[in-house]
Every structure is written in structure tokens, then in C-alpha cells.
Ligand binder design. Sequence first.
Ligand code: EPU
Length: 418
Amino acid sequence: MKQIVINGGKTLSGDIAVSGAKNSAVALIPAALLSNEKVTITGIPSISDINALNEILEYLDAAVLIKDDVIKIDASNVISKEIPESISVKLRASYYFMSALLSRYKHVEMYFPGGCAIGARPIDQTLKGFRALGATVIEKDNHFKIFAKELKGTYIYLDMPSVGATINTLLVATRAQGETIIENAAREPEIVNVANFLNSMGAKITGAGTSKIKIIGVDYLKSGFAEVIPDRIEAGTYVIAGALIGDDLNIKNVIPEHIENLILKLKEMNVPIKVNSTNIIVSKTNNLQPTNIRTSGYPGFPTDLQQPLTVLLSMAHGVSTLEETIYENRFQNIPYLNSMGANIEQLSQHIIKIKGPCQYQGGTVLATDLRAGASMILAGLIAEKTTYIDKAEHVLRGYEKIEEKLKQAGADITIVDI
Ligand code: EPU
């Protein structure tokens, strides 16, 4: 097991550069399978979720070349064979292979995907999309056999704007016959990144980034190129670190528009923040104001930043509330933050009340999932004495070189094997 050890109280300054977005990269890589030619993706973050996807590519006999943050994938020899549960369970995004293989071969067999244990995370909307496009889905226990004689364009309304279901439907519709309209599509920037990649291969997709996406199916996808967008959740995590203990901490390689929701909230909380075109400079204030947050799909406040933001709310002078509307189990960090000195009460399954300011003390805590782990790191950075965070593997799934980046900005942080 890996453990993160932090001696808190060190001011953060200088630069932190944001990496490519995990949630884009994990969709772009499976999307490469739609092409019969070699594709190139730059800005791939070095995180363990990407390693798990590469394992699947290798298993499917794709020719893969990785150099630094560039991946070249030649899927011309890929065959659709069953992806074992031992691999698919490693991450949520494994189910993008479900749609990619269905799209290209009209047949796929694989198991329910994995991912952070933050809720039930059903895939009914993805399956609804597949069925609407003409596929038969045979579901037994955790196993899915999905096939179609023909995939045909359709008009589909998603019951909720699911990121996964939007991307999965998009991937299948791209090679289906005729026109597909996805209504109530998710609007996350990662979806635009994927659509642009597919269009570079010859797909005909319009409307990505809005709630209505139109796809005209094509038979053949050629060579294509994508640059992974900067990770808005990683950027947001470091901006929050700067608001907690920064002295002109400069977060570079940011698309500020992608975290406008966070920036506006921080301004409301009185955080000194300067937003430029591709970087954000942020410092700590001794006059942090409380606020109320409600998570929702993009462009609303992202669920993936609520756990990191909770630490900042606990330093505000007064009472804040936070409502989580996306996942039913995303407050697993709260008992650990309280054990370090926070004063947070869970009012219902979806709402917490945070009384601040508090003084965090080091101790031994757990990264129950990726973003909970990020919140533990933030608490550790401002705590007195030493914080030990167990199960750091969760954090390494989504934050590239987090130890190196924070150290360079002045933090006393190490990751050890225990
Ligand atoms: N949902 C359903 N049925 C479905 C699909 C979704 O009920 O068929 C529900 C989910 O249970 C959830 C909500 O709809 O309550 C939203 O789920 P969505 O499908 O949008 O999430 P996802 O695609 O599984 C991605 C990110 C998550 C991020 C969410 C929301 C990836 C690999 N994961 O998940 O990222 O929280 O979108 O923005 O892209 C993370 O990075 O820490 C993370 C969990």
C-alpha cells in the first residue's frame, strides 16, 4: 500500500503546471479504436487509470507507441474479444471500450466497469443508447453481450445528462447508419474534446458541448489527432490549495472558463485570485467567507471538486452548506476531516453543514476514493504536525506527479510504500 506523508503548514508559491485531463484521456484512448488507421493523442497524463486502459489496448492487440505524453495507437488489427472482468473492473472508463468495439465490430462482450466507490453508478442510460441504435443487450450478472446486425441512427433522450452515456452513445452513433440526435446530452468539456477527435478522423458531429448533439454516421474513420485538454479538476484542486495556503501560487496550463464555477465561488468567499488567459494566481486570505454549494453537471459546480472545496469551506468564518446531487456516497471523507479537527455535520444523505474556521491536526486518515484523497492532502497541507494518508493509490489514479508538483511549490510531502 502507498501512503502519503505530509508535514503541514508550509506556504505554497511558485508554479504548478496542470496536466492533461484524466476524464478526457480515458475516453480519447478507447475512441481511437473507431479508426482503421493510426491516430495520435498528445497531453496524456501519466496516471494509473491510463496504465489500465493501455493494458486493455494491448490485450486487444492494438499497436501502441507511448513516448512522454504522446500516444500513437494503430487499431487496424484489433479484434473484438471479451475483455476479462479483472481488467474492466480497474476503472470506470473501461466501458468506453464497450461502445468503441460495438461501434466498429457490432459485437462486444465485457463486464460491468469499475471506478471509485462513490455510489451505485448504474449504466442503464448507456445501454438505453445502445438499444436505441439497434443493438441487442444480453445482461447476466455482471456480464454484457451486446451485438447488432445493423446500427441505425436514432433520436434518443437521456434521462439525465450522463457524461458516460453521452460519450458511449456518441461513439456508437459515429459509425451507425444515418442521423442520431442525443437530447439532454451532458455538456462537459471532455465531451467536446472527444467529439473534436472523432471529427478529425472524419466523423460528422455537431453540437458537442450543448445538450443536443447531432451525429451523421460514417462508414470509415481515418487517421486523427487530439490534444487532451487541461484537467479542470486537477486545476481546481491546486487553486483550492492556493486559497488555503498559497502566496501568489501560479497555476499554469488552465482553461479558466472550464472552472468558472469554482472561480466565482472563490471570489464570493473573498479569496484573492487573479485570472489570466491560461493561468491563475491565488493566495490565502485571513478573511475567508462561508458560502453554499450545490453540485450539478457542467457548467454547474462539479461534484469532483466538492470534496477538495469542503476543506476550504471548513476554514471560512461562519457556516457553509454543501449539497451533493450527483452521487449518493461522496461524503466518505467527512469522518476523516472531522478526526483531524473539522466541524462538519452530515444533515442528510446529500447535505453537509460546515462550521469554520477550524484548526486541522495531523493524524492517520484514509483516501477512500480519488477526490476524497485530494481533500485529505489539502487538509494535510494546512494541518499542524504530520498527516499520514493510507491507500494513496486512489490519488495516483487521477493526479499526475502530485508529490513532485506540490514539493516544487514548497510542500513537505512524500509518498512511501508501507
Ligand atoms: N447515471 C445513471 N445511469 C447511467 C449513467 C449515470 O443513473 O446510465 C447517474 C450516475 O449514477 C450519477 C449521474 O448519473 O449519479 C452522473 O453520472 P455520469 O454518467 O455523468 O458519470 P460518469 O460518466 O460515470 C464521469 C467522470 C466522473 C465524474 C462524472 C460527473 C469519468 C471516467 N468519470 O463519470 O469522474 O464525477 O462524470 O462529472 O469521466 C472523478 O474523476 O473523480 C470522477 C468520479
